[in-house]
Design a protein around this ligand. Structure first.
Ligand SMILES: [Cu+2]
Length: 124
């Protein structure tokens, strides 16, 4: 009988330990996740200027259904690529508008011609 209680006690300690570590994980993720509220507005077009092999702004917050107008002010072509966006090759002084319709999240993109060029689209 004493052994049975000991086993139950040990099991309870183990279970509460697991629950505690789950709570810890929850706290860590809620601390690192920025909570930016999705604005209530109709879809709009954001401009990203590509100049000197950089994106301005480098990070953009949008809502599903918004569009991005990529404006190439460099003297070489660029082509943006990621999970949610794939542009044509945008020649120098050219532009292209792409509609973004994807799940909320943080999506990084690169220029497939110059893969060191990186930016991110955050869908709220
Ligand atoms: Cu490029």
């Amino acid at each position: 009988m004493k052994l049975k209680f000991t086993i139950i006690f040990v099991l309870l300690v183990l279970i509460s330990g697991c629950i505690n570590s789950l709570n810890l994980l929850k706290d860590v993720t809620s601390d690192t996740n920025e909570t930016i509220e999705r604005p209530e507005r109709p879809p709009m077009t954001h401009e990203i200027i590509i100049k000197d092999f950089k994106f301005a702004p480098n990070e953009i917050h949008i809502i599903p259904g918004d569009s991005i107008k990529w404006i190439n002010k460099d003297f070489v072509p660029h082509q943006m690529d990621s999970l949610i966006v794939e542009t044509n090759i945008i020649e120098k002084s050219g532009f292209e508008t792409t509609k973004i319709d994807a799940e909320p999240g943080n999506y990084e993109y690169i220029c497939s011609i110059h893969p060191y060029m990186k930016g991110s689209i955050i869908i709220l």
